[in-house]
Write a protein that binds this ligand. Structure first.
Ligand code: PEP
Length: 259
């Protein structure tokens, strides 16, 4: 089989100030440690707000935690007159492994386009960050049966012009917008259908070897009660978790999905 270590990723969104973030991370780490979590088998990542990341780094380094972390966004620029933006260089310096790109809330609230996502992915690579590209359809296109075409168009637009070796280092998170924070979950067969379509499309564009490397996550109201079924899909390599990642025990249970 291909070496695709499952990734369980928690997106804290605009929740948890740095003190709350430290408490959450410590509880998560203790719970995983008590459960003897094998981080080599299932990787665990958190995406705190920018203002928490320095504190997260201190805890992770100080306690030698195996939990990795990343930013929820980054600028497509490296430095300069971009008030309010955060450079990939800064995230790298704070020990980030990953960075989210094109989360549906960024696309909707901040109008981020596929072209901007592409520029952000390139910025992530300049600073040795692994981009987690989020794609996924809204309710309208799901109802119209256009969900696969819609999602693949986002995928292609956000990766256009990248070399196969670069694409091999991207993580793709399929997050149907209608399932985010709504309690509505795409069924395991929906998650597998899209993960399969994404991998086939990557194989067509960049070759099978690259497609086999890319981890495809599912996101949208994942909980400990549904994660096992969703991750049974052979092309589903993990989960991007919003709401349920704010509860350390629940999130640890999600990371233990194999049990
Ligand atoms: C998300 O924001 O990426 C997400 C999947 O949220 P939730 O788990 O709350 O639906």
């Amino acid at each position: 089989q291909f070496d695709r270590t499952p990734l369980i990723a928690g997106n804290w969104k605009m929740n948890m100030d740095h003190q709350q973030g430290v408490a959450l991370l410590q509880k998560l780490a203790w719970t995983l440690q008590d459960a003897k979590h094998d981080f080599g088998r299932v990787e665990v990542a958190v995406f705190p707000p920018f203002t928490d990341i320095r504190s997260v780094q201190t805890i992770v380094d100080g306690d030698d935690l195996k939990v990795v972390y990343g930013g929820q966004d980054l600028s497509d620029q490296d430095s300069g007159a971009y008030t309010g933006d955060i450079s990939g260089e800064f995230l790298n310096k704070l020990g980030c492994t990953y960075v989210l790109v094109g989360h549906s809330e960024r696309r909707t609230i901040h109008g981020e386009s596929d072209q901007q996502c592409l520029a952000k992915i390139q910025a992530a690579f300049r600073h040795d960050l692994v981009p987690v590209l989020c794609v996924g359809e809204g309710l309208e296109s799901r109802k119209a049966g256009e969900h696969v075409n819609f999602t693949l168009a986002q995928l292609r637009g956000s990766l256009e012009g990248l070399a196969a070796e670069e694409v091999g280092n991207v993580v793709v998170a399929y997050e149907p917008v209608w399932a985010i924070g709504t309690g509505e979950v795409a069924g395991p067969e929906d998650a597998q259908e899209m993960a399969d379509a994404i991998r086939k499309d990557l194989a067509e564009q960049y070759g099978q070897e690259t497609a086999d490397k890319v981890r495809v996550l599912y996101g949208g109201s994942v909980k400990s009660g549904n994660v096992g079924a969703i991750l049974k899909g052979k092309d589903v390599d993990g989960a991007l978790v919003g709401g349920a990642s704010l509860d350390p025990e629940e999130f640890a249970n999600i990371a233990k999905f194999e049990q």
